[in-house]
Ligand binder design. Structure first.
Ligand code: AMP
Length: 421
């Protein structure tokens, strides 16, 4: 072991488990690729101000959890704590919204960084697959995203998740509610930090996990009673579309989420087998974000699904993903001459598109056969001096144990035929 370890709150993905992560990442993205979303990749760091202005000055993400740094040139940067602000920034910078094809639908996948207190399901480096639909106000778009996330989780085999749904109102009705809520909260017995939060973002106080706070929140004004007619109608339409698609959801008026940019539709996918870090994914509408970061009015909606927590949720449900074997053929040479010959066979198979591997390092027949077994290969090709003298190699079917001599020039073709069967 080296003297170095992965930094606190992070972990490495190593084989064989890493294959599962890769499969989950791909499965989460698959429905998007099939629904008009184009791939976007942005840098791992951005101007700090993008997040403080976009995600919100009062959020934990911005005040406590950002990894910030000053470059040698004096720029203030932050490792990205989330994807939406970056993706919108990139879309605006590339003028994607001006190409006349709204909404601009984008998907992404990558690493995110938050300086959080690490625990199971909460890391300082984690992975998300995300989607953003920029520049359209249409309840069908909100519904589409929720349906696609539901589809992704179901395709993976997840069952014990629930969809929580809420509307946070818009710039007409939210301020009225905000005033009412502030009036209520100012009368409560709260600490200084929470009092400050009342003034900056009172909705976030509703999200406070402490029981002494929750106890006092009984009877707080609820947003639902303040939604304007337009927001109500919009929300009803989203709910109807979800129901028509057979996607079950629960209304959760307390769902405010930890980012300030949300308006109208917000939702979270929670899994009941994960303990306190139960959110496997979440998102919502952010109609004002573009203007907050200096762009034109572009009503938009998006989500991010956590890869790490989805893997944990699959484990909690005991779902085994069917991962294809990474090696179809494993070559075991006995002796120098066989090494050269079988290395050639492996090279040929790979060029033909067959997944093949080789027993490196002169470990003897027993060790080499162990590697062949571990590789999960369907066939092993073994050759020793006597085989080569006869112009053949031994093809062993690892399932039946059956072994046949195949003339050397025919081995690649024979293997392709056997694998195609
Ligand atoms: P958020 O941007 O906070 O809504 O996060 C979206 C999803 O990313 C969550 O539902 C989690 O699955 C995942 N996620 C967020 N923060 C973390 C973290 N610190 N560790 C692991 N996964 C996270």
């Amino acid at each position: 072991m080296s003297t170095f370890k992965a930094p606190k709150g992070t972990y490495d993905l190593t084989p064989p488990d890493s294959a599962k992560y890769l499969a989950v990442r791909e499965a989460l993205a698959a429905p998007l690729k099939n629904s008009g979303y184009g791939y976007i990749e942005t840098p791992g760091f951005e101007d700090v101000a993008l997040f403080s202005r976009g995600v919100g000055e009062s959020t934990d993400i911005v005040t406590k959890e950002m990894y910030t740094l000053t470059t040698k040139g004096g720029s203030q940067l932050a490792l990205r704590p989330e994807g939406t602000a970056s993706v919108l920034r990139a879309a605006l910078e590339a003028n994607l919204h001006k190409l006349g094809n709204l909404p601009v639908k984008l998907w992404y996948s990558g690493s995110y960084y938050r300086y959080e207190r690490p625990q199971k399901g909460r890391y300082r480096h984690f992975s998300q697959v995300g989607a953003e639909a920029i520049g359209a106000e249409d309840p069908a778009l909100d519904a589409e995203l929720i349906i696609l996330a539901d589809q992704a989780y179901r395709t993976l085999g997840l069952r014990n998740f629930r969809i929580l749904l809420n509307s946070l109102g818009d710039k007409e009705c939210r301020p009225v509610y905000r005033d009412a809520l502030q009036g209520f909260l100012r009368e409560l017995d709260l600490d200084e930090e929470t009092r400050r939060r009342i003034e900056i973002n009172p909705l976030r106080v509703l999200d406070d996990k402490r029981s002494e706070v929750q106890k006092q929140l009984v009877g707080a004004p609820v947003l639902r009673d303040y939604l304007c007619d337009a927001c109500k109608a919009y929300h009803e339409e989203v709910r109807d579309l979800l129901s028509a698609a057979g996607v079950a959801y629960e209304d959760d008026e307390k769902l405010v989420r930890g980012l300030d940019y949300y308006t109208r539709t917000t939702f979270e996918f929670v899994h009941d087998g994960l303990g306190s870090q139960s959110a496997v994914g979440g998102g919502g509408r952010y109609d004002g974000l573009s203007e907050m970061i200096g762009g034109p009015a572009l009503p938009s909606v998006g989500w991010a699904l956590g890869v790490d927590r989805t893997v944990l949720a699959l484990e909690a449900e005991g779902v085994e993903l069917e991962l294809p074997a990474t090696t179809s053929v494993f070559a075991v040479p006995l002796g120098e001459e066989a090494r050269r010959v079988l290395f050639g066979v492996v090279t040929q198979l790979r060029r033909d598109g067959v997944a093949a591997d080789f027993a490196y390092g002169n470990r003897g027949l027993k060790g080499a056969m162990k590697s062949a077994n571990r590789s999960g290969a369907r066939f092993t090709v073994v050759a020793g001096e006597r085989d080569l003298a006869e112009g053949v190699v031994q093809l062993k079917d690892m399932e039946s144990g059956e072994q046949t001599a195949v003339p050397l020039p025919e081995i690649a073709g024979t293997i392709r035929e056997c694998l195609a069967r």
